[in-house]
Design a protein around this ligand. Sequence first.
Ligand code: HEM
Length: 403
Amino acid sequence: MNTVELSDYRACEKALKEPHLKQALYDEGAIVMDRVLVTLHGDEHRTRRLLEMRVFRRDFFRQHEQEVIPEIYEQVLAQFASQGHMDVVDFGYRVMLYLAIRFAGIDTQDGSREEFDDLVRMLRTFGLAATLGQSKLDREEAKAEIRATLNEFESRFFAPSAQRRRALIEQVAEGTLTEDELPMDVLTVLLRNEDGVDLDGDMVLRETAFYFLAGAHTSVHSLGHAVHHLLDWCAEHPDQRKALEQDTARLQHFVHESFRLHPSSPVSWRTALQATEFLDGQQAAQGDKVVINLRQANRSPEIFGADAAAFNPDRQVPQGIDRTGLTFGIGIHSCLGKNLAAGTLPREGQIVPEEKRQLGTVAWIAQALLRLGIQRDPEQPGALDQTIERETWQTYPVIFEAR
Ligand code: HEM
C-alpha cells in the first residue's frame, strides 16, 4: 500500500468529493468511531446523513443563536469571570460541552459541578478516539481508557437521556404531545428513526458520543485560535479594538480567516477503493492511502494570494471559494455543524439586521469575550498541546481589563 499526499487546493477539493475514496482517518478510534456518520460510506452514509439532517428543523438556527448560546455562555461565565482571569481553552470546553450535549441529546442528571467536570473528562477522552491515528500516546492504554469512558457515558448519561426521549416520542404517537415539543437533537431523531435506517443500540450510543465530540472538540480548538488572532491583531491596532468589538460582520471575517489557517484536523485520510487519478496528476492504486492536506491547501498562494500563510482578515477570496477554505470539509462528508460553528457570512454589500445574523458559536463567543475586555495574561503565556501532531492550544490564560 502506497500513500499519496495531496496539497494542491483544487486537487484536495475534488478528492473530497470523490465517491471512490473512503474515510480512513478514524480507523484507530473504532471504539467510538465505528460506523458513526463520518466513517460510513456510500448509501449507508447518505441515508444516515439525511436522517440526521432532520435535527435542523424550522427555527433551529435562530433558537441556537438567540437563546441557547447566550443562556449557556452566561451560565459558564458566572463560574469564571469573578476570578478576574481565566483559561480560554478551559472556558471553551465548558461552553462548547453544554452546547454539544444539547445538540447530541444528552441530559445532565444532577447539574452538579462534579458531574460537569466528569463530562469534560469524557469529552477529552472521546477526543483521543478521534485523534488516535495522529497521537503520540500509547495506543493500547488509550484504547482501554476510551472503552471504560464509553461504558461510563452509557450508564450515567446516555441510558437516562434515551429513556426520557423514548417516553416523549411515545407521547407524540399517542397524540398527547406535539412534534414541535420534542427536543431538537440527534438522539431524538435516531430513536424516532422515521426513515427506518439500519441502526442498533450500540450504534445509537456511538453516534450520540460522536456528536457530543464533533460538536464540542473542534469548536474549542477553533475558539483558541480565533481568540489568539483577535488579541494579536488588537495588540497591533489598539485604537481599533473598540470598533472591531462592535462590528459583528468584520469580526466574523476575522474568525473565518482563523478557521482557514487552522483546520481542526490538518489532514483528511481516505482509502482508494479503486485506481484514481487526481487533478495534480498523481495517481492512487486500489487500497492506497490518500492524505488530503487541508492545512497546506488552505495556505495555497494560487488561491489565497502571496500572503496565504498569514492572518489577513481583509483578504480578497476568489469567487466560489469559501473564506474558511477546506476547514469544514466539502462534498460527501462536509461538516453538518458548519452553520452552528461558523454561521453564515453576509454576501458582499448585503445588510443583515442584527436579529437575523448568524454568527456561529465561535465568533459569538469570541466577540462576547472581547467585549468583556479580555487581554492575554502577561504572567502566563498560552501553550500548545505537545502530545498531538495537531496545532491546538492546551492553555490560553487571559485576564479581564477593567472597563
Ligand atoms: C470549528 C468547528 C468545526 C470544524 C472545523 C469541523 C470540521 C469538520 C470536517 C473537516 C468534517 C469532514 C471530515 C472529513 O471529510 O473526513 C466534518 C464533518 C462533520 N462535522 Fe464538523 N466541524 C466543526 C463543528 C461541528 C459541529 C458543531 C458539529 C455538530 C453539531 C459537527 C458535526 C459534524 C458531522 C456530523 C460531520 C460528519 C458529516 C458526514 O460525514 O457526513 N461539526 N467537520
